[in-house]
Ligand binder design. Structure first.
Ligand code: PRP
Ligand code: MN
Ligand code: MG
Length: 181
């Protein structure tokens, strides 16, 4: 069938819940940065929705830039070796960088990315992720802003894909097993 709803098991977070949580994170970020300009770095493609909503919820002056990375690995397992597919256009020297992500799973993408950005001379690099899975605890990485800690389930929507689909859902849901089995 071509019906997206039929592929879903249940809704984890509604659009309203996500909106509310992002507003709370934005309030916290505005307070922490105290009027400093922020460079938001979105990690393509999953972070597009978080970037769009977080950027609009912030009162601080922000600029936006994007990176695309791909992690090498056998099959679905991330190896931690990351290749840059699209780099930033912004010089990070002296900038306050805030990475926006949809999800931290193994944590390998972000631990590599944070180290990479830190090597470019920014004033600071922090991370804001909407979702975080338990696996991420195995990696030494300081994540300042987390929307929700979630169990180890296959989630889609609000930027998150399965085989590039479901990114356009305005909520976060779990996938019915028949889709991926
Ligand atoms: C997903 C997700 C995070 C990353 C998290 O991106 O959007 O960027 O994986 O995984 P990790 O913590 O195990 O490294 P993906 O590589 O699927 O690309 P996408 O954003 O284009 O979907
Ligand atoms: Mn991603
Ligand atoms: Mg993906």
């Amino acid at each position: 069938s071509n019906d997206v709803q039929a592929d879903l098991k249940h809704v984890l977070y509604t659009r309203e819940e996500i909106q509310q949580r992002i507003n709370e994170l934005a309030e916290q970020i505005d307070a922490d940065y105290q009027g400093r300009d922020i460079l938001l770095v979105g990690v393509l493609k999953g972070a597009v929705m978080v970037m769009a909503d977080l950027a609009r919820a912030l009162n601080s002056h922000i600029t936006m830039d994007w990176m695309a990375v791909s992690s090498y690995g056998s099959g679905t397992q991330s190896s931690g070796v990351v290749r840059i597919l699209k780099d930033l256009e912004t010089d990070l020297m002296g900038k306050h960088v805030l990475i926006a992500e949809d999800i931290i799973d193994s944590g390998l993408t972000l631990s590599w990315l944070k180290a990479n950005l830190l090597s470019r001379g920014p004033a600071s690099v922090e991370i804001c992720t909407l979702l975080r899975k338990p696996e991420a605890a195995k990696v030494e990485i300081d994540v300042k802003y987390v929307g929700y800690d979630i169990p180890n389930e296959f989630v889609v929507g609000y930027g998150l894909d399965f085989a590039e689909k479901y990114r356009n859902l305005d909520f976060i849901g779990t996938l019915a097993p028949h889709v991926y089995e």
